[in-house]
Design a binder for this molecule. Structure first.
Ligand code: FES
Length: 138
């Protein structure tokens, strides 16, 4: 039987997580290929509906990666994102979907290795949980 390969959507802020992912690539760091990056100008632009849509459309996991706390270029975007992620986790829990499928991370643009770590950590976590109950095959 084919091993379960999670599909994970990563909303990455252009100033930090996206740059860190780029750095991880430049450093030729190997990390799980299950992450699909969506570039956003700031995690504050991620609304609850964006995360829910990703889950609804069959993502097994969703991560939101923003600047370090206190380092958001739009001052409080990452705090807004943190609250929205918390809200979605709570909502998922209420409808019987593991809230661990959604997570917020903070990192700086210089943390290429940390980005690789996050990708691996999320992939392992979702592999342990198994496919999303909303997953569409393909
Ligand atoms: Fe990076 Fe706001 S600019 S999280």
């Amino acid at each position: 039987m084919k091993e379960f390969e999670p599909k994970i959507i990563a909303f990455c802020c252009q100033y930090c997580a996206y740059a860190a992912a780029d750095l991880a690539g430049s450093m030729r760091l190997k990390y799980a290929p299950n992450i699909r990056i969506v570039l956003v100008p700031c995690t504050g632009r991620i609304d609850v509906i964006h995360i829910l849509r990703a889950v609804e459309n069959g993502a097994d996991g969703v991560l939101v990666a923003g600047c370090l706390e206190g380092g958001c270029h739009f001052v409080e975007g990452n705090f807004k994102a943190k609250n929205r992620v918390r809200y979605v986790k709570n909502l998922l829990g209420r409808i019987g979907i593991e809230e661990e499928r959604v997570e917020m991370f903070n990192l700086s643009s210089a943390e290429g290795p940390r980005f690789a770590e996050i990708a691996n950590e999320m992939t392992e976590r979702i592999k342990t949980l198994g496919p999303s109950p909303l997953r569409r095959e393909g």
